[in-house]
Design a protein around this ligand. Structure first.
Ligand SMILES: Nc1ncnc2c1ncn2[C@@H]1O[C@H](COP(=O)(O)OP(=O)(O)OP(=O)(O)O)[C@@H](O)[C@H]1O
Ligand SMILES: [Mg+2]
Length: 248
């Protein structure tokens, strides 16, 4: 069967992926705070429904859904209009009120069937970390639960995008986490210093079974959302290489 690719909802990223994401694959987006992870997850769900006819569920650990919707609105996404049409669903799992384990997530697979859901975004894996703290002798249980959830999503036939946090995202010194190997796709966001300001960048570290670009690309965030400038190489990296030559 030929591989079916779906559009990500992030302008420019499909070109980097040489066509888009494999339908029904599992993708992890990681990066330091403020690098654009939540925006990517929001666009994946919103434009997936709006432009690709794929209904979606957005699971968030944020306290306040209204804040997220306002945040999305400032980036050009009218979440309530898609919600009222039954095309996207926002599920809130505030960390402070999670007591019942993932039992409540079991209803997710039913909802997927009922609403013909094709995309699920989870922002972020902190959700599981809270339930099964990794640094409490519980690392294995944490992984097991993430894996279990991932497999449920796979079985349900959706394309699953999860967000995870990482403090250091220097591409040359990236420390890997077990979860990076478990997901089929792994995308890293970062900022590179360019004189007195930082340039936002993205790289696709892996997509299993797919031929994608390994380059580092600049990205911009503005009123119309997050875009990948796929036909440019980051200035900061070019400079780094040039100064390397001079020293050598
Ligand atoms: N309307 C906007 N216009 C321009 N830039 C924006 C806009 N909204 C957000 N940003 C930028 O996007 C960044 C936040 O992106 P996002 O919330 O997706 O990051 P994140 O990686 O999810 O961060 P965290 O790890 O803290 O959740 C902010 O640092 C801000 O600079
Ligand atoms: Mg975020």
């Amino acid at each position: 069967m030929p591989v079916e690719l779906i559009r990500t909802g992030i302008p420019g990223l499909d070109q980097v992926l040489k066509g888009g994401l494999r339908k029904n694959s599992t993708i992890l987006i990681t990066g330091a705070p403020g690098t654009g992870k939540t925006i990517i997850a929001l666009q994946f769900i919103y434009y997936g429904a709006k432009d690709c006819n794929e209904n979606g569920i957005f699971i968030t650990t944020e306290e306040n859904l209204e804040d997220i919707k306002q945040f999305a609105k400032n980036l050009g996404m009218d979440i309530p209009s898609m919600e009222s049409k039954g095309r996207i669903f926002f599920v809130q799992k505030p960390l402070t009120t999670m007591k019942g384990g993932i039992a409540s997530i079991k209803g997710m697979t039913d909802a997927i069937k009922k609403h013909n859901i094709k995309r699920v975004a989870l922002d972020s894996l902190i959700f599981f970390e809270y339930l099964y703290p990794r640094f409490n002798g519980n690392k294995i249980e944490f992984r097991r639960q993430v894996l279990l959830f991932m497999h449920q999503m796979k079985k349900a036939g959706v394309t699953f995008l999860a967000v995870s946090e990482r403090s250091v995202t220097d591409f040359d010194r990236l420390s890997y986490d077990m979860m990076d190997f478990v997901f089929e796709g792994f995308i890293v966001l970062s900022r590179i210093r360019k004189g007195s300001y930082f340039e936002r960048v993205i790289t696709v570290a892996k997509i299993r079974g797919q031929n994608h670009s390994l380059d580092v690309y600049p990205l911009t965030i503005g009123d119309d959302g997050l875009k990948v400038l796929y036909d440019q190489t980051p200035f900061s990296l070019v400079e780094k290489e040039e100064s390397g030559f001079k020293q050598g």
